[in-house]
Design a protein around this ligand. Structure first.
Ligand SMILES: [Zn+2]
Length: 296
């Protein structure tokens, strides 16, 4: 019999991380609703029911639990509350829990940065699904934040882990971090732009947009070019899983690509050392073949 021993402190810590994630998810819901409508995410502080406009009481604003207690309806007007609210809260909680378990070797600074990237991806996807755009405020915030993270936390890009961009470049640790971040942003953005250009030439319609390029630039700026490249090549599989049944039943043909990029990115982030290790092995193999072809 296999018994997984989880001590009480670990269980309590896990529950706290999950609960914290659901509270953050509740704020992400506010961002998904307000940012594309040009509203401030901090004012008013209290959320309003989108249907009747009455403020939501604080005891009706407890992540996950309130949705269950109210059976998915507004207390004032009984209008149905979107399933997106508990979904985003639960998802954020689970992803925070996953990060804290799978990435605990990366140290708290990097785990916090990864949590922030996951939050940005959730908001970008939530807006993209409803409006088919990825807001520029979000990309600009992410790009500046990513470069700043590289400067302040060079261990995101500099070191001897599989996900690192280089061991050292200029010899100045913080400058190297900033350069690693800039390389990641350029690589993520350029890769998507290249495929967007090729796609536009072949299919004569826009398959991936500028918003997607900016989103991958943000992922690269925070977590380096390897995570961005892996996310990009992983995302079409989720696109196909979702898109092929839709095409078969002739439903909508236009679907935003941002959420698939985000699913790819989140999976790569959760498995960062392993995923980047595979990429390094693959690149080594390609280099070896090139070397053999050049000097037989
Ligand atoms: Zn209402």
């Amino acid at each position: 019999m296999c018994v997984v021993a989880i001590s009480l402190p670990v269980l309590v810590f896990g529950l706290l991380v999950f609960a914290f994630g659901t509270v953050v998810g509740s704020f992400l819901n506010v961002c998904i609703w307000r940012i594309p409508r040009g509203l401030s995410v901090t004012r008013p502080l209290r959320s309003l029911c989108p249907h009747c406009g009455r403020p939501i009481r604080s005891w009706d604003n407890v992540p996950l639990l309130s949705f269950l207690m109210l059976r998915g309806r507004c207390r004032d007007c009984a209008a149905p509350i979107s399933w997106r609210y508990p979904f985003v809260e639960g998802l954020t909680g689970l992803l925070f829990l996953g990060l804290s378990v799978l990435q605990r070797d990366s140290g708290p600074g990097q785990v916090i940065v990864m949590g922030l990237v996951v939050c940005l991806l959730i908001v970008a996807s939530g807006v993209d699904i409803e409006f088919s755009i990825i807001p520029d405020e979000l990309s600009a915030f992410g790009l500046i934040g990513g470069l700043l993270a590289g400067l302040l936390l060079p261990q995101l890009h500099v070191g001897d882990q599989p996900y690192h961009t280089f061991r050292t470049l200029t010899g100045t640790y913080h400058l190297d971090g900033l350069i690693g971040s800039a390389i990641g942003a350029a690589a993520g953005g350029a890769l998507v732009l290249l495929f967007a250009l090729v796609g536009a030439l072949i299919f004569r319609k826009e398959a991936i947009g500028m918003g997607d390029a900016k989103l991958m630039a943000v992922v690269g700026a925070f977590l380096g070019w390897k995570v961005a490249v892996l996310s990009f090549f992983l995302s079409p599989f989720f696109g196909l899983l979702y898109g092929v049944p839709l095409l078969l039943f002739k439903e909508r043909h236009v679907m935003p690509f941002g959420p698939f990029l985000s699913v790819g990115a989140v999976l790569v982030i959760l498995m960062r050392p392993v995923a980047c290790g595979y990429l390094n092995a693959y690149l080594d193999l390609v280099m070896e073949i090139v070397r053999l072809l050049a000097h037989p």
